[in-house]
Design a protein around this ligand. Structure first.
Ligand code: CMC
Length: 391
């Protein structure tokens, strides 16, 4: 012991230098390349934000058009990938399918293995951002036993995703512009969040020289956990379990009981000790979407609103600075849009792909070392092997 700094959970260890995203958790501030998330949510869109994360500057009009056209030209997946889905059971969790099919993209794009070539890195980034919504919608269609939808590149990125989710090949789908805009903001708000568990995983995997599809697949696997991206699904499951406003106090009590492992899902954050700025934007869209869908009286929403109020006033949550996080509201919006609960984390993964790939590219473009943490060994000292008959 004593040879290495011990920092479980990397609470006070910086793993890298980065110019992409800045968070001041005390102030509740989130900046992408210097731009506040609130301004990006109001004035930008998801693909423009992807460009910003990757390239460091907002595009001019011509650059933006070229970028959007390029991304949309990569939305299709190889037809052989359809066979991968046929191998999954109908009730497979979509995140399990995503881990597999995203990693498998490397088998179609051999240039992705050449990570030292910036042009190859760029086209891999374009392919990932473009194909994530297609693969996400394929997971959903597979679970429903419905035919896969080809992308419609005349639509915007987010409208196209909803078209592939909810459309069918027999008729042209009409997507409500309010819903398409809300979807785009959900992707945008999830685009990056500096060195969270999944992004750190992507960097660690990338530090070995692994190809970008394998790295993003490892990020998807990490995101799946309920303490990270899986929380949006866990929030909805929790609201359903609470079931009625009269039972909220019981669950709040459980969350405060240290002998009970239960936590209020959608509350608390490692970095934010103030309102997460993304939650405020999400809160606004939540009201707008539910209004547009006529779902203001949704019983789960009522439970959510009451829970939020109680938690914001309760001494335990106030003292520990446990504010509603981005996952608290996003789940409610996605439920209103008609997205099934088990797809929530897939949507988080789709948005976060831009941040993952920007961090991977930033690392590979600069001098880096393979990530190799050390440990404090607490096991046996050296001892002699015991023969089987003497055990
Ligand atoms: N409900 C009840 N108590 C909580 C909660 C909660 N949601 N979150 C933290 N606490 C308590 C915790 O018991 C601990 O109390 P004490 O100091 O008495 O032991 C204290 O607050 C600090 O918690 P921690 O676990 O040490 O904090 P952390 O920074 O390691 O964990 C967290 C952050 C997000 C994992 C945690 O707050 C949590 O489990 N929240 C619920 C799950 C969730 O909503 N996750 C989404 C995170 S945001 C999106 C993302 O990153 O993907």
């Amino acid at each position: 012991r004593g040879l290495f700094t011990y920092d479980p959970g990397f609470v006070s260890t910086a793993s890298c230098e980065s110019k992409i995203t800045f968070i001041d958790g005390g102030k509740g501030q989130l900046l992408h390349r210097g731009y506040p998330i609130e301004q990006l949510a109001e004035k930008s869109d998801y693909l423009e934000t992807c460009y910003l994360l990757m390239n460091g500057e907002l595009p001019n009009a011509e650059q933006k058009k070229t970028y959007v056209d390029t991304i949309m030209s990569h939305t299709m997946v190889h037809e052989s990938l359809v066979s991968f889905f046929k191998g999954f059971r109908y009730d497979a969790h979509p995140m399990a399918m995503m881990c597999g099919v995203v990693g498998a993209l490397a088998s179609f794009y051999h240039d992705s293995l050449d990570i030292n070539n910036p042009e190859h890195r760029e086209i891999s980034a374009h392919r990932l951002i473009a194909k994530m919504p297609t693969l996400a919608a394929m997971c959903y269609k597979h679970s429903k036993g419905m035919p896969f939808m080809y992308p419609d590149n005349s639509r915007s990125y987010s409208e196209n995703f909803l078209h592939m989710m909810f459309g069918n090949p027999c008729e042209s789908s009409k997507i409500d512009p309010i819903v398409a805009k809300a979807m785009d903001i959900i992707f945008l708000l999830h685009a990056d969040h500096e060195q969270n568990a999944s992004t750190s995983t992507v960097r660690l995997a990338g530090s070995s020289g692994a190809n970008p599809f394998a790295c993003i697949s490892s990020g998807i696997a990490t995101l799946w956990g309920p303490a990270h991206g899986g929380a949006n699904e866990a929030v909805l499951n929790m609201l359903q379990e609470i079931g009625d406003e009269s039972r909220i106090d019981e669950f709040v009590k459980r969350a405060k009981d240290k002998s009970d492992p239960f936590r209020l899902m959608g509350f608390g954050h490692r970095v934010y000790k103030n309102f997460d700025p993304r939650s405020r934007v999400m809160q606004g869209i939540c009201d707008e979407v539910l209004g547009a869908m006529g779902a203001e009286n949704d019983p789960l929403l009522k439970i959510a609103k009451k829970l939020e109020k109680i938690a914001l006033e309760d001494d335990y949550f106030v003292e520990k600075k446990l504010y509603p996080n981005v996952d608290f509201y996003s789940g409610i919006i996605m439920k209103a849009i008609g997205i099934p609960t088990d797809m929530f984390t897939v949507i988080f993964a789709t948005g976060r792909t831009s941040g993952w790939i920007a961090h991977w590219n930033e690392m590979i473009s600069n001098p880096y070392k393979i990530g190799r943490p050390r440990q404090l060994y607490t096991g046996y000292p050296q001892r002699n092997y015991t023969d089987l008959e003497q055990r």
